[in-house]
Design a binder for this molecule. Structure first.
Ligand SMILES: Cc1cc2nc3c(=O)[nH]c(=O)nc-3n(C[C@H](O)[C@H](O)[C@H](O)COP(=O)(O)O)c2cc1C
Length: 217
């Protein structure tokens, strides 16, 4: 698959088939992830790949925390410039159409995120706390590589940040050492193409809103 085709074709997948993902495919995807560039080649990522019963236990532990504690540690700053709030509202409004069609509400997204949308594989992305937070740039590059590689192989992904609110439960369940920070979860599996939610495609502002061009005619 051409790289531009992969970039344009990838989107977050929020319903998965039960079919397991072959370990050799997961290996190829992770190998693509860690090809990402990093400042002075420090390779700040460490990926914890979870499947089978271990993944089910992880999802149950996160879901339990969500149900007990609710939406703790709100990550969205209160005083954000309006355009960010507007974009989030747009996402929620657009996605609601598909949730309505499924007879679902936003709890499908919140609980679904906790369960990695029932994908057979969960990848927890961790980074050493000793590194500067700016190294997250490189983690982001690796994650995009991972998601594009998965898409090119017919697999779907959803990055999941919501569960970071329950980092302690994740750490305990997977034995992640204290010096490592959990920075993202990723659901990985074969997309359930019959689910209406997977027809949803998020919008983007035009380039006029997202770039400044200097010195061009
Ligand atoms: C860091 C990060 C965290 C995210 N967390 C969640 C999440 O918890 N649950 C979810 O359903 N989607 C989550 N997403 C997916 C975004 O909603 C999605 O990327 C965005 O709406 C753009 O849509 P697209 O990925 O389909 O292009 C997250 C994406 C990123 C990059």
């Amino acid at each position: 698959m051409d790289i531009i085709e992969a970039i344009n074709g990838r989107k977050s997948i929020r319903a998965f088939k039960n079919d397991p993902v072959d370990k050799t495919l997961i290996t190829k995807i992770l190998e693509a992830a860690i090809k990402a560039p990093s400042a002075i080649n420090q390779q700040p990522w460490h990926l914890v790949v979870v499947t089978g019963e271990a993944k089910e236990r992880l999802a149950s532990a996160i879901l339990r925390e969500y149900k007990e504690k609710g939406m703790v540690h709100e990550l969205v700053k209160e005083e954000l410039p309006k355009k960010y709030e507007r974009r989030t509202q747009e996402l929620f409004t657009q996605i609601k159409t598909y949730l309505d069609e499924m007879g679902q509400d936003m709890s499908y997204i919140l609980e679904g995120s906790c369960r990695f949308y029932d994908a057979p594989v969960a990848i927890m992305v961790t980074m050493d706390k000793a590194l500067y937070p700016s190294r997250l740039l490189e983690i982001g590059a690796a994650m995009e590589n991972l998601m594009l590689a998965a898409h090119s192989m017919g697999l779907g992904t959803c990055p999941i940040g919501f569960i970071l609110r329950y980092e302690e439960a994740i750490r305990e369940e997977l034995g992640i050492p204290n010096h490592m920070e959990v920075v993202l979860g990723i659901a990985l599996g074969y997309p359930d193409l019959d689910s209406p939610i997977n027809r949803f495609r998020s919008s983007r502002e035009g380039l006029d809103q997202s770039s400044t061009w200097i010195g061009f005619e």
